[in-house]
Design a protein around this ligand. Sequence first.
Ligand code: GUN
Length: 296
Amino acid sequence: MTAQIIDGNAMAAAVRDEVKAEAVALKAAHGLTPGLAVVLVGENPASVSYVRGKEKDGIEVGFFAATIRHPADITQDELMGLVRELNQDARFHGILVQLPLPPHIDAEQVIESLDPAKDVDGLHSTNAGLLLKGGGRLVPCTPLGVQQMLLRSGHPPEGKHVVICGRSNLVGKPLGALLVQKQPGANATVTLCHTGTRDLARHTLQADILVAATGSARGITAAMVREGAVVIDVGINRVADASTKSGFRLVGDVDYGPVAEKAAAITPVPGGVGPMTRAMLLVNTLRAARAQARVG
Ligand code: GUN
């Protein structure tokens, strides 16, 4: 079987077009411009690049988007003070604090200091709790992106067995909570595997839809994938590659080549889940702006 390649770049471009059209309509009908503040602490090269992309996306779809940069030695109190200021700043409907934060900062405390209505990452306890109960408005961007990729590629999760590898608060846990909901676009049977799972392959081989979010380069091998499964690769790992100028290249958590020969559909890395995660940040910002302005 040759897998259908689920093109995250093309899908993300379509989502951006939809958001842009909605932003134009919001402006025309209500004079409202969605605003996104991205907080960057320090100069972690991957974070700098992600944040630049997020601001650029926001500006391109007609949002008011700004990056607020702080040196790596900012104190906990200063950072939480900044978040509180942004909570009060009516220009911004969404606030994203780029992770990871430096080790002297308690990231949990920073997340909890966000106004849940502006938490476009969906990480605040209020949003995590609402998602679990089924009424979540701001759902973390990667799970939303994965759900949209399944729907838009013609592989709706309804009634399917979705096996998720990875239990992070950013991906695995919220994705499980999202796909298990008794709602259109979800209603799946979910198995959540993690580092404590015994005989991982026994579970992954049962998957109609297999989601890899382990953080381990190419750890999901062809022997772990059922013929005809849909494979979603959330991973992004640097591996040494002397043939490239930078000396490394990006690979996912799935052993792409051999798995693509067995799967019905697969997301590439790069160009898969990553661009859709970015696009869903725009969707969440639009949603947050509408809710704060009470316009739908
Ligand atoms: N770092 C890597 N992924 C993410 C994300 O989705 N949100 C934030 N805030 N930081 C990240």
